[in-house]
Ligand binder design. Sequence first.
Ligand SMILES: [Zn+2]
Length: 73
Amino acid sequence: MSGPKYLLCPQCGVARFFIVDEQGDNIYFHVDFSGTPFPTEASAADLSGRDFSAVHCCGCSWVGTLRKLVKYI
Ligand SMILES: [Zn+2]
């Protein structure tokens, strides 16, 4: 059995991210190896149509795009 295949923050290696919606609320998600964001179990948020141009890391101050996430650090 292998573990979950989540993309990681290039700076700290955490696999949990959030974006800030129009109301100022944080929406939490993971990103799979194909670069597709999906909601955490806790948030169960609808991610369709969201703006992922400013992805925030939950573990450090990193902010970037989905394409900057890495498989390994
Ligand atoms: Zn980070």
